[in-house]
Design a binder for this molecule. Structure first.
Ligand SMILES: NC(=O)c1ccc[n+]([C@@H]2O[C@H](COP(=O)([O-])OP(=O)(O)OC[C@H]3O[C@@H](n4cnc5c(N)ncnc54)[C@H](OP(=O)(O)O)[C@@H]3O)[C@@H](O)[C@H]2O)c1
Length: 294
């Protein structure tokens, strides 16, 4: 049986550290970090994420500024709001919840966020800083994966990390973070995707397998070795009439069968998910300290 990597527990311990640090900064400076979260439209999953982010801000002492805009909001109106948030001293971090409605150019909006307030780490300037090893804001989910591995005692140094998925949000940045010549990185990284030939022959070589595919229970036991540490980024809703909501959440890994074989694995929910939100808080605190030269 695999060791279960408890993302909730690790995220809770980071949360306590952040509460203490923010409290002492408030005493010292009389100020608190501020995070603006902008939601356009009524995507149910996005609404849940925005609510969770606001709640977490309140719990740890970050000022939360929520903007819930109708799906009729024009691109110009959204640009105007982002520019206003860029100029506000009480806003250290800006997050525009994706996806945006189709009539709005996502790249244009993300590129308008001041890179110094881009706590989601998606601005091309911050992506460039990440790739070149400069100080930046790491995208929250990939950053959460790195911290999860290090806190659970699985240093990626010298290990073969196989990432399945090459999205700009998860696959590519997690590969870039773990290949860096830095602490808790230094891995040999292979990135796979839907055009990869004989995927199993590569995933079986992984010391650490990161699944970011978006296909429920895609990774099966015959695709991994028994020494593998499996990080399941996937969050998929599948029908389950036995649940009151009518669905359950599963990852991109067939947990029940893979767990019996591998060295360690993250559950879904309770693995990478709780880490993502806490890394957003960590990035907002980092922005606050930078802006206040602390
Ligand atoms: N826990 C969290 O906080 C969190 C945050 C973000 C995302 N997620 C979850 O993580 C998963 C991935 O998200 P994403 O945004 O990266 O998804 P995405 O943009 O849809 O990317 C999926 C990637 O998987 C690859 N892929 C799809 N089918 C494949 C197959 N049969 N074989 C090999 N590769 C395949 C795709 O390859 P191509 O590029 O060739 O199409 C693509 O690169 C989703 O379940 C999402 O809900 C969780």
């Amino acid at each position: 049986m695999a060791k279960i990597i408890d993302g909730k527990k690790i995220a809770d311990s980071i949360k306590n550290e952040l509460i203490n640090e923010i409290n002492s900064l408030k005493t010292k400076t009389g100020k608190a970090p501020g995070l603006a979260v902008v939601l356009v439209g009524e995507n149910p999953a996005s609404q849940v994420y925005v609510k969770m982010k606001g709640k977490m801000c309140t719990e740890i002492g970050i000022n939360s500024f929520e903007y819930k805009l109708s799906d009729k909001t024009t691109q110009d109106e959204l640009l105007k709001l982002v520019k206003e948030l860029n100029s506000r001293d009480d806003v250290n971090g800006i997050l525009v919840q994706l996806p945006l409605p189709k009539h709005i150019d996502e790249d244009l909006i993300l590129n308008t966020i001041n890179p110094e307030k881009d706590v989601d780490g998606f601005h091309p300037v911050n992506v460039g800083r990440l790739v070149t090893g400069q100080d930046t804001y790491f995208p929250c989910t990939p950053y959460g994966v790195q911290i999860l591995l290090s806190k659970a005692g699985y240093d990626p140094k010298g290990k073969h990390v196989v990432v399945v998925g090459r999205s700009n949000i998860v696959g590519k940045p997690v590969a870039m973070i773990l290949v860096q010549k830095k602490e808790f990185a230094d891995a040999t990284v292979t990135i796979c995707h839907s055009r990869t030939k004989d995927l199993s022959s590569i995933t079986k070589q992984a010391d650490i397998l990161i699944a970011a595919i978006g296909v429920p229970e895609f990774i099966k036991k015959d695709m991994v070795s028994d020494k593998c540490v499996v990080i399941d980024v996937g969050v998929n809703r599948v029908d389950d009439p036995s649940k009151s909501k009518g669905y359950k959440l599963v990852g991109d890994v067939a947990f029940d069968e893979v767990e019996k074989k591998v060295e360690a694995i993250t559950p879904v929910p309770g693995g990478v998910g709780p880490m993502t939100i806490i890394m957003l808080m960590q990035n907002t605190l980092k922005a606050f300290k930078k802006h206040n030269k602390i």
